[in-house]
Design a protein. Structure first.
Length: 503
């Protein structure tokens, strides 16, 4: 691929060497981050914050070195092939943003986020926003400063959003979220007015050790590569790593085994994308995932279009009954309805159904946008959060833990991240529609537990491209169309109209 094609291009080879060095430093920092969230002892934070801060500084120094700018300038004037052009484009973009941000600020942000994690955990455990508020205020100030350095003439939230989705643009996110809000709310209202109730077949206690075995059964069924991954637990489920080491975490609730199963499938989607990146391009943009809209599309395509399908439960229900014999009487239809129930009172985003999920995103999007723009203060967040939940979801959190403290993202300084969850869900439906067109018996394959062809389709059309294409280009290459919410909204209306007997 690109490395071989550039064998005689000394400048390009030197650029690749530098980029790989930066990637390895960042990947090492990623492992430290995983360790901090999963297994690090609580007392390890002071040292860990310094370690991660040092690695962030090293990566920043390597990226902003004058030599990088000189190599990029030299390569801009050369006749490059498509892969080389993509690598230069991606490195140029990172270089230009990074050179505008002082290294001291990069270190400060890294140190603050390391220290923020245990404070967020404590605040959530104690149900006390005031424990986390001072650090959140500090992070907001630091991220505003970061955005101002990158582009003082732009909306700071738009600058931060581009860290997670650099090519679709904030206008696309706002338009998509507005359309989802406008078209899903009437559907949700119709469901709540219907006489149909989709009750869950679980009523009891389901021990977490058995739930973990069930999660491992799911990963086996879907085709997770255990040689390049592992399963652990975390307060907030996530997946991280590289194509050689893509790790999954989940969490368990003794009263809700379906929650852990769906969380595991979701994180598997992220991990299988990472595992599907080309090995030979490790450390270069061609061996890295295409930002968070594409990444989230992979978790949502597996969670929603596979994991919430009748076909999947026709395959997997026997394994569930084997692990938990007290659900022996449950039918495929029972489980199918349970995993697709639209909740009237769910406060937790990661446990939300496919429809109200997007209202959770709208709440977070509107609040963090106002925070970064200075339209509200940190102290306003809990009350505003509760007001918006009441407005968009018809429910009001009783505690901060089930309200504004439920997500981990702000403790990472990840402002601008949330819209990509909805963008990814929309893209998942568009990709799945194309996959069904290309694999006519896809549903039968899922029913039979045969996932190889679907894996291959996703790898060929999404994973193996790395960052060769921009997000909008990748969508057109994979689906033959521009990005659209039509597929998701058609899918949602058809599926839930059938489930709830809507006219």
């Amino acid at each position: 691929m690109a490395t071989e094609a550039a064998a005689e291009n000394a400048a390009y080879e030197e650029l690749l060497d530098n980029v790989k060095r930066i990637s390895n430093v960042k990947n090492a920092a990623g492992i430290l981050g995983w360790d901090q969230e999963v297994v690090m002892p609580e007392g390890g934070t002071p040292a860990r914050s310094q370690q991660r801060s040092a690695l962030s500084a090293i990566a920043h120094e390597l990226l902003t070195d004058d030599e990088m700018g000189e190599l990029l300038d030299e390569l801009e004037s050369q006749d490059l092939d498509d892969e080389q052009t993509a690598v230069v484009r991606e490195v140029r973009r990172e270089y230009e943003r990074a050179t505008r941000v002082p290294g001291e600020l990069v270190e400060e942000i890294s140190r603050t986020t390391s220290e923020a994690l245990p404070q967020w955990k404590e605040a959530k455990a104690e149900d006390d926003f005031s424990i986390f508020a001072p650090t959140l205020e500090k992070l907001v100030e630091q991220k505003r400063e970061y955005a101002e350095h990158i582009d003082p003439d732009k909306d700071p939230y738009e600058v931060l959003f581009a860290d997670y989705e650099p090519y679709l643009g904030i206008e696309t996110a706002e338009e998509m979220l507005t359309r989802l809000r406008d078209e899903l709310v009437p559907l949700i209202d119709s469901i709540r007015e219907s006489d149909v109730e989709l009750a869950a077949p679980f009523d009891g206690t389901y021990d977490t050790d058995t739930q973990e075995q069930l999660s491992r059964d799911i990963l086996d069924t879907l085709g997770y590569d255990w040689n390049r991954g592992r399963l652990d637990t975390a307060p907030h489920p996530f997946s991280s790593g590289t194509q050689f080491d893509a790790r999954v975490t989940t969490r368990f609730d003794e009263s809700d085994p379906l929650g852990a199963m769906m969380s595991t499938i979701h994180e598997f989607g992220h991990a299988t994308y990472t595992q599907g990146l080309p090995d030979e391009e490790y450390g270069t943009p061609l061996g890295q995932s295409r930002d968070l809209t594409a990444h989230e599309s992979q978790s949502r395509i597996w969670e929603n279009h596979v994991g919430r399908s009748r076909a999947f439960w026709e395959r997997f229900l026997p394994a569930l009954k084997e692990r938990f014999p007290d659900v022996e009487d449950a039918s495929v239809e029972d489980i199918y309805k349970a995993v697709n129930r639209v909740y009237e009172d769910n406060l937790i985003r990661v446990e939300a159904d496919e429809l109200t999920y997007h209202m959770h995103i709208v709440v977070r999007f509107e609040i963090e946008k106002a925070l970064i723009r200075g339209e509200i203060e940190v102290e306003d967040v809990p009350e505003l959060w509760n007001d918006k939940y009441e407005e968009y979801l018809g429910i009001r959190p009783d505690t901060d833990s089930e309200g504004c403290l439920q997500d981990i993202h702000w403790s990472h300084g990840s402002f601008g991240y949330f819209p990509t969850y909805s963008l990814g869900s929309v893209l998942a439906a568009q990709l799945y529609a194309k996959a069904e067109e290309d694999i006519p018996d896809l549903e039968d394959q899922i029913r039979n537990g045969e996932f190889d062809e679907f894996h291959d389709w996703l790898t060929s059309n999404v994973h193996q491209h790395g960052c060769l294409y921009t997000t909008d280009e990748l969508i057109e290459v994979a689906t033959g169309e521009e990005f659209t919410a039509d597929y998701f909204l058609n899918y949602a209306n058809e599926k839930y109209s059938e489930l709830y007997d809507l006219e």
